[in-house]
Design a protein around this ligand. Structure first.
Ligand SMILES: [Zn+2]
Length: 356
């Protein structure tokens, strides 16, 4: 009788193909995560669910083979969440050349096993649904993706016809990067929970535009980087032949942001990355942010070509050239941070950008 079942075949799951999840002993599973283009820079997606069908806790062993040695030293953990728990637990793992190896006490019932706390298309739709339209908050469905998923834009403002400053924040450009979704939720919660007086201060002369899921098809399909297996990288390309890219471009051109910010989630676990700001903007941003040292993070700004090209590209370039926007990408990794920390980080980032 089958006592443990593991699957990735659900919204946001990876790997979805059951042939990539092989039970080699009663409590041992070999998992082969999927990447649409096998780019080692982005092969960081694992979202599976384990069902313990027995009444007792079972210790299971996962052998997660990424078949990718280049960045495997960064894959030395997973996050898990049992259906009865309210938060994710960090599980330290061992690594060898291409594998992540971990043992888990699997409680009876359903448990998510993910590289990062998962945030699916369905989570996003629930998030959109629970947003009431208020004096300060409005939401607009911009359109749908090629696979008919919804792209929404939220606007927070005190309804001044012409705000002096427009800040646009975009999450889930890259589908594996779930920290960006929690930053977006934190910002929305802030605007719904704070008192109107403090909002008036925050929003005086400023309008905030939040695009919480830029790439819903990629998120749903368990992709790492692109809009589709043969799609584009929204962080680097503006290409209207891709209808998702065209939808975002139309929205950005209507907003004409003064500040354009993308939230990303790289894998350098002890560094928070800042790129595309100049030195002055970087110094001011860091000064306006609370220290992240208790999460063992230091800031890593990029001014010269190193890990990423700092030449503006994608919507960053488009906004700067067309509207003179200040563009920035922020890379917020997970380790040592919980969901609540990510939400707070989103709000702190917005406040720092509002002062920039
Ligand atoms: Zn990214």
């Amino acid at each position: 009788m089958v006592k443990i079942k593991i699957t990735g075949n659900f919204d946001g799951g990876n790997p979805k193909d059951q042939n990539s999840i092989i039970q080699t002993a009663p409590d041992t599973f070999n998992i082969y995560p999927y990447s649409e283009d096998n780019d080692p820079n982005y092969k960081f997606r694992l979202d599976i669910k384990a069902y313990n069908l027995s009444l007792h806790t079972r210790r299971i062993k996962l052998i997660i083979d990424w078949k990718e040695p280049k960045f495997n030293h960064l894959r030395d953990y997973i996050y898990i969440k049992h259906e009865t728990k309210s938060d994710w637990s960090y599980i330290k793992a061992k690594i060898d050349e291409t594998q992540t190896l971990c043992s888990i006490n699997l409680l009876s019932g359903e448990t998510y096993l993910c590289l990062h706390p998962k945030y699916s298309y369905e989570d996003y739709l629930k998030f959109i649904l629970r947003i009431p339209e208020t004096e300060f908050v409005s939401k607009e469905k911009l359109g749908v993706t090629p696979e008919n998923r919804e792209v929404w834009l939220l606007r927070f403002s005190d309804n001044m016809a012409k705000p002096k400053k427009k800040i646009m924040l975009v999450s889930r450009i890259h589908p594996y990067e779930t920290s960006s979704s929690y930053c977006a939720e934190g910002i929305m919660d802030y605007f719904l929970n704070e008192y109107p007086e403090s909002l008036s201060d925050m929003l005086s002369n400023t309008a905030i535009y939040l695009l919480p899921m830029a790439n819903p098809d990629g998120v749903y399909n368990g992709l790492c980087k692109l809009t589709a297996p043969d799609g584009i990288d929204l962080s680097k390309q503006v290409d209207t032949r891709d209808s998702n890219s065209a939808l975002l471009l139309k929205c950005i051109d209507e907003v004409r942001p003064d500040v354009y910010c993308e939230f990303h989630n790289w894998m350098f676990q002890e560094l928070d990355g800042i790129y595309f700001f100049n030195r002055f903007q970087t110094r001011r941003f860091i000064r306006n942010m609370p220290s992240q040292k208790h999460f063992k993070k230091t800031w890593k700004p990029f001014f010269r070509k190193k890990i990423f090209s700092i030449i503006h590209h994608g919507f960053k370039k488009h906004c700067r050239e067309k509207f003179g926007s200040v563009s920035v990408c922020l890379e917020y990794p997970w380790r040592y941070r919980k969901v609540a920390d990510m939400k707070e980080l989103g709000v702190d980032t917005l406040k720092a950008l509002a002062k920039s």
